[in-house]
Design a protein around this ligand. Structure first.
Ligand code: HAM
Length: 425
């Protein structure tokens, strides 16, 4: 019996690795331009880290966490997201004690026990940033700017940036009272999950994709009418900065997001080209109370996370190509007989010492099938080492892209080999 990977997980190899590395390298470079530095936290934490921050009533905590007891009976959870872990690490390592804001980014795999479908995995990868310590709206704008720049730099089209404010914890209390009052007569018409959410977490009803529930929400009171003047000013400040930065956005009063820790500004970037419900490429928001709730200082924060898997999927779907040749020319050394392998190794060593990506045929087949393989695998040059080459000392170099062939003396013309290969660039 063959073994399969668990449902909702994925192996990455071949071209996907190239896309993935391109996405990650673009992010790393951009994050450093915006002055974020990297943090690596464990892939699992004590369960409380997530239940206390994301919220007991959320879908993630109620249904989606991979939670298990270790051998000493302690409850651990594979991280379903990065923010809670970063906040835990910030407090534990007192990273806030120097300069504020503390600007951190992370790249990591996350785990959620969701029903797998296109763009929704049980193990998925995120790139995230957290900007901790400053409450003013200019930081919200900077974080949204970074999210927007990332997708712009990848060359994405047809993206929509939704923004909303869900106010602070004080204004939300008033809103939730009104919202519950509004929902009461519709209780029987809501789906099973949303009926339960009325008491446990009414804002989550905005996440429901069922038509019946969405219809009921159309005329519901909206949080905007309940936010206090401070939250209102804050949100207007964010929108104003976004205008100055020439970032297109849509205020979406139905945007709530699935975590309890959010306050004030929240945002999400979606692609209208992804037809499934899982069309959010990234999202985030402010969480001004979380650090204090975790026993840290009373400092505000904001951040976002981007789904690497969905970004990769959309890059392929939109045929967004990046120049694979940027990696430099690739050379394939084809040796025609076992007895010539030491000569071939000398050539490979020389090329690798000069940092050329190159490989050798470890299984000796015929020349034409080796050349075909080299072409198919994006090699730019083939170096052929056969009987003639060994006898004369002149190696054959085939420029696969330009259909040209050269004979170069191995002992006396090594510089010529380098020049020839670099001329490909
Ligand atoms: P999130 O919206 O849950 O936010 O996740 C961010 C992104 O991760 C989503 O937009 C999506 O692209 C991707 N994603 C989420 N779940 C899955 C899944 N099951 N399969 C594939 N991709 C998925 C957060 O995680 C917050 N921690 C963001 C944040 C940072 N807020 C403040 N700071």
């Amino acid at each position: 019996m063959t073994l399969n990977s668990p449902r909702g997980t994925k192996d990455f190899f071949g071209n996907d690795i190239k896309y993935r590395n391109f996405i990650i390298n673009t992010a790393r470079q951009l994050f450093s331009v915006y002055n974020y530095s990297e943090i690596i936290t464990p892939a699992f934490e004590y369960t409380e880290v997530f239940s206390r921050s994301i919220g007991e009533g959320t879908d993630i905590v109620q249904k989606e966490m991979y939670t298990f007891l270790d051998k000493k009976g302690r409850s651990l959870t594979l991280r379903p997201e990065g923010t809670a872990s970063v906040v835990r690490a910030l407090i534990e390592n007192k990273l806030y004690s120097d300069h504020l804001p503390v600007k951190l980014f992370y790249i990591g795999n996350m785990f959620r026990y969701e029903r797998p479908q296109k763009g929704r995995m049980r193990e998925f990868w995120q790139l995230g940033v957290e900007s901790i310590g400053i409450g003013s709206s200019i930081i919200d704008a900077e974080v949204i700017w970074l999210l927007n720049s990332f997708f712009k730099q990848l060359g994405f089209r047809n993206l929509i940036l939704f923004v909303n404010s869900i106010g602070c914890s004080r204004c939300r209390v008033k809103y939730i009272l009104e919202f519950k009052k509004y929902l009461k007569p519709f209780k029987g018409e809501l789906c099973f999950d949303c009926r339960n959410r009325i008491d446990s977490n009414p804002l989550r009803i905005f996440d429901c994709k069922k038509d019946g529930c969405r219809k009921i929400l159309e005329d519901s009171p909206k949080i905007q009418s309940f936010i206090c003047s401070e939250c209102k000013d804050h949100f207007e400040g964010v929108l104003n900065f976004l205008k100055i930065l020439e970032i297109n956005y849509k205020v979406n009063p139905n945007l709530v997001r699935g975590f309890d820790y959010y306050t004030k500004t929240i945002f999400e970037i979606i692609s209208s080209d992804i037809k499934s419900a899982q069309n959010a490429l990234g999202g985030g928001g402010r969480y001004d109370d979380l650090i204090n709730q975790f026993g840290g200082p009373d400092i505000p924060a904001t951040g976002f996370a981007i789904g690497i898997d969905r970004t990769l999927m959309l890059m392929k779907q939109q045929n967004i190509n990046f120049d694979i040749k940027k990696e430099g020319p690739k050379v394939y050394v084809i040796v025609m007989d076992k007895n010539y392998q030491s000569f071939a190794l000398e050539v490979v060593k020389f090329l690798r010492d000069k940092n050329f990506a190159c490989d050798i045929n470890f299984m000796i087949k015929n020349l034409s099938s080796e050349l075909k393989w080299a072409e198919k695998n994006s090699y730019n040059f083939a170096v052929i080492i056969g009987e003639d080459e060994v006898n004369t000392g002149n190696i054959t170099i085939k420029d696969i892209d330009k259909f040209k062939q050269y004979k170069i003396n191995w002992k006396s013309q090594k510089d010529k080999i380098i020049k020839l290969i670099w001329s490909e660039e």
